[in-house]
Design a protein around this ligand. Structure first.
Ligand code: BES
Ligand code: ZN
Ligand code: ZN
Length: 489
């Protein structure tokens, strides 16, 4: 769907050409394009300011039916994210106009003071991700995604960067897959069903798949996970996806929280907080999708996805506040609050992963706390790690992919806050302040000497409103971030 092309726009017929315009500099090398930009800027209402837009039809200079000029703003403001947004906006506009394809003119990397691979990566990502519609549940489909998005480059660049478009496509496919899983209504993704969907996709990419069903989970004493699942009619699962290249020396484990619906359990959530809790499996979605993307990108080390999948429901069989359960690694936990279920399924998944795979690095991703959303807002994830280098790599990947992350502290003395009189730990801290930190410290109790990071994605995993290259709902947050991060190991 993404193609780099070096056609001559004065000779080749195109339906729709998109030209990004900088407010205070000519950013194109192609002289025809520069001349067209000059012409567009003569229009009073178009200055190339960010968000400015004007469309010309049947220009005599080129063989395009229409040319859409999109403003990028001032040169100093142009970065990978503004390029993603521009390409996303262009793509969405073509979809709205019911056009089948687009040709986007790539600005000169040199002129916008970026490197060409980053310019292309950003433009391709923005376009690819914006070209996704989630209309599975609509009887009438109003729009269709574009069949082709072409990028106008110089002839040598078309060849040189061919591999780049397949890499971007693999990663963005992952993001979209994660978005689709998150958007799926909770009645259609109860643990067994979501698991099956993940297995089908993983097997297509030749990942090794293991599933622990309820019987196995009971046999192996996943006590914390089973306590969360107890209230639901739907049986829990633990999915393990393995990318196992030959001669691998290192192992990275990714753990993702997979709560297909978080009602809160017996500590039932208030109505307003229930609405978006189908998204409580966003960590699981991101991890499974990252493994599927990694299978295409083929790194040289092992990547294991460990994905506990449960539904958190109240019922006569549900775990109660006050219950004490024994987790997979033997530590006991008093359930102070059944709505703090994420940490329960994660500790069993983490303990199992450490025992079974002995990884050098373990990263977990979870929509873990409302407190993290209070701290960092809806667009930034919290990073928790004792390992400075790992935390820094994650925040750097966040900057590059614009899946932003902010490091949070893990103060030793806060561990006091989730002590239990009766059990080894309480899953609920005795204060509501610093909830994202106490949740992370709770997880840390189950991590041995492995390099570990926890990402709380409760804010950025789900968006109420659409944005330049994402629809409303699941954002697929974490897939691009993890793929970029894995590239560094
Ligand atoms: N799934 C929620 C966290 C959440 C909140 C995700 C908002 C996305 C948006 C989690 O299981 C939860 O309920 N956490 C509680 C913990 C508390 C009971 C200690 C919370 O954050 O209130
Ligand atoms: Zn909860
Ligand atoms: Zn939850």
């Amino acid at each position: 769907m993404l193609h780099l092309t070096a056609v001559d726009i004065t000779k080749t017929k195109t339906a729709s050409l998109v030209i990004p315009v900088c407010e205070d500099k000519d950013i194109h090398e192609n002289t025809t394009i520069s001349a067209l930009v000059k012409k567009a800027k003569k229009i009073k209402e178009f200055a190339g300011d960010k968000g400015d837009e004007v469309t010309f039809y049947h220009l005599k200079e080129i063989k395009a039916d229409r040319v859409v000029f999109l403003g990028l703003g001032k040169l100093e403001k142009i970065d990978m994210e503004s390029l993603r947004e521009m390409a996303g906006k262009a793509t969405k506009e073509m979809i709205r106009k019911k056009l089948p394809a687009a040709l986007i003119a790539v600005p000169s990397a040199h002129k916008i003071e970026l490197e060409m691979p980053f310019v292309l990566e950003a433009l391709l990502e923005g376009a690819f991700l914006a070209n996704h519609l989630f209309d599975k549940y609509k009887k009438e489909k109003k729009y269709t995604p574009l069949k082709k998005i072409n990028f106008l480059v110089k002839p040598d660049e078309a060849k040189k960067y061919k591999g780049l478009s397949s890499r971007v496509a693999a990663i963005c496919h992952g993001t979209i897959l994660a978005r689709e899983w998150v958007n799926t209504p909770p009645n259609d993704k109860k643990p067994e069903r979501l698991t099956r969907s993940m297995i089908t996709r993983a097997k297509k990419e030749n990942l090794k798949v293991t599933v622990l069903d309820e019987k196995k989970l009971k046999q192996k004493k996943f006590g914390a996970l089973l306590a969360v699942a107890a209230g639901s009619q739907s049986k829990p699962r633990m999915v393990v996806l393995e990318f196992n290249p030959k001669k691998a020396e290192k192992t990275v484990v990714l753990v993702g929280k997979g709560v297909t619906f978080d009602s809160g359990g017996i500590n039932l959530k208030p109505s307003a907080s229930l609405a978006d809790m189908k998204s409580d499996m966003s960590g699981a979605a991101a991890v499974a999708a990252t493994l599927i993307a990694a299978a295409k990108l083929k790194p040289t080390f092992k990547i294991i996805g460990v994905i506990p999948v449960v539904e958190n429901m109240p019922s006569g069989n549900a775990a109660r506040p006050g219950d004490i359960i024994k987790s997979y690694n033997g530590k006991t936990v008093e359930i102070g609050n059944t709505d703090a279920e994420g940490r329960l399924i994660l500790i069993d998944a983490i303990s199992f992963a450490l025992e079974r795979y002995k990884p050098q690095i373990l990263i977990d991703m979870a929509t873990l706390t409302g407190a993290c959303v209070v701290a960092l807002g809806e667009k930034i994830a919290g990073v928790f790690s004792f390992d400075d280098a790992l935390a820094e790599s994650i925040t750097q990947s966040g900057k590059k992919t614009h899946e932003r992350c902010w490091r949070m502290p893990l103060p030793e003395d806060y561990k006091e806050l989730f002590k239990s009189d009766l059990a080894d730990l309480n899953n609920m801290a005795n204060t509501r302040y610093g909830g994202a930190i106490t949740a992370a410290l709770f997880l840390a109790e189950f991590v041995t000497d492995t390099r570990w990071a926890h990402l709380d994605i409760a804010g950025p995993a789900f968006a109420k409103k659409e944005s330049a290259y994402c629809g409303s709902g699941g954002t697929g947050f974490g897939v691009r971030l993890l793929c970029d991060l894995l590239d560094k190991f």
